[in-house]
Design a protein around this ligand. Structure first.
Ligand SMILES: Cc1cc2nc3c(=O)[nH]c(=O)nc-3n(C[C@H](O)[C@H](O)[C@H](O)COP(=O)(O)OP(=O)(O)OC[C@H]3O[C@@H](n4cnc5c(N)ncnc54)[C@H](O)[C@@H]3O)c2cc1C
Length: 331
């Protein structure tokens, strides 16, 4: 197992949040390492994104690779590994991955959220051929206008009410929205009323097979043999913030499992006051309670990096006895 030198900052997660932070810190000559296991959504998104300035119409994977290249060119080191354990405290954190052990003065958690893809005959892997490749969609705030005039099926495996809610955004653009419920089927009365008002028909059943080619779904075949055909398929399954490392560090976790942070991205202490933070650790991107979009992840990554850089400056200058000046300059 490889054991690393002491980095100024280790960023766990190399999506838009982590790589934006890495670029800023590397540009400011910090010794920074990104540890990423590469399961972020942009790695598998070959469809174009329309809301990332500078990248309009570019596939997600192009944005991901460009950001990675730019962070590396600025001097960030990047390693493909999965961190399973974190220990230590500010000044000397130790991260244990599947391949190596890494050490840093400060940490940034940019681990994103885990998404559940639809199960096909009980297995999520067959869906990877179609996930964000052709006519499958995941983000109403990003993609709804692409569904203009289209017949859309919303696939919902966990929460029928959530399916109605997500579908309501798509309905502004789509010509028709139907709900395919592969899990629970009972709506709360207010959501049932909303569903009826919006005219969403419900289909119930498990996906047994997918007919498709070149990343496009042509039809879903359900376990009772029903063929569900549509122009587009929207995946409305829940997302789970990857908060395991934050929990190990004793961080506050929010009601929807996001990492609770202060205004500058610092991790709040579990059970502590609003102003009590875990020294030396920040979080950015989808793992925070915020709208899940590329530019928001980038912005929060950049903000955290600025704070980390200022904090490192503060720590170094404190050793020289000049703390007061720096605090005044940066606060
Ligand atoms: C199909 C799809 C389409 C989308 N389209 C758009 C769009 O058009 N426009 C838009 O603005 N947004 C879109 N989004 C949302 C956008 O992709 C996310 O908001 C953004 O990627 C979040 O960035 P992030 O850096 O916070 O997390 P992520 O991009 O999820 O990156 C987190 C990274 O951390 C890694 N990681 C997690 N835990 C560990 C660990 N313990 N050790 C090592 N690595 C770890 C993961 O493998 C992953 O690579 C889309 C999302 C999906 C799923």
């Amino acid at each position: 197992m490889i054991e690393s030198q002491l980095y100024d900052t280790i960023i766990i997660g190399g999506g838009p949040a982590g790589l934006t932070a890495a670029l800023h810190l590397a540009f400011h000559k910090r010794k920074v390492l990104v540890v990423d296991r590469r399961t972020g959504p942009l790695w598998y998104t070959t469809t174009p994104l329309w809301n990332v300035p500078g990248f309009i119409g570019k596939p997600g994977v192009t944005i991901q690779k460009t950001m990675l290249k730019e962070a590396q060119e600025a001097g960030a080191e990047v390693v493909k590994d999965s961190i399973v354990e974190v220990s230590g405290s500010e000044g000397h954190f130790q991260l244990t991955g599947e391949k190596g052990v890494y050490q840093a003065r400060t940490l940034l958690l940019a681990t994103g959220v885990a998404r559940h893809h639809p199960l096909v005959n009980g297995d999520f892997e067959p869906w990877f051929k179609y996930a964000a490749k052709g006519n499958t969609y995941y983000c109403p705030d990003c993609e709804s206008p692409e569904l203009l005039g289209q017949d859309v099926v919303v696939i919902e495996s966990h929460n029928p009410n959530g399916g109605v809610s997500q579908g309501s955004y798509l309905a502004e653009f789509a010509s028709r929205v139907r709900l395919l419920l592969t899990g629970p089927t009972e709506f709360k009365p207010e959501w049932e009323a909303k569903r009826k008002e919006l005219g969403f028909d419900v289909i119930e059943g498990q996906i047994q097979d997918v007919e498709g080619s070149k990343g496009r779904v042509h039809a879903l075949i359900l376990n009772d043999g029903t063929r569900v055909e549509a122009d587009a398929y929207y995946v409305s399954n829940p997302k789970f913030p990857r908060n395991d490392l934050a929990k190990q560090l004793g961080a506050e976790i929010g009601p929807r499992d996001h990492i609770v942070t202060g205004p500058r991205g610092q991790l709040r202490k579990a059970g502590g006051l609003d102003t009590e933070f875990i020294p030396g650790v920040w979080a950015a991107g989808d793992v925070q309670p915020q709208t899940q979009q590329v530019t928001i992840a980038m912005g929060s990554g950049n903000k955290a990096a600025v704070m980390i850089d200022q904090h490192l400056t503060h720590l170094q200058l404190r050793q020289l006895g000049k703390t007061q000046d720096v605090v005044t300059a940066h606060d």
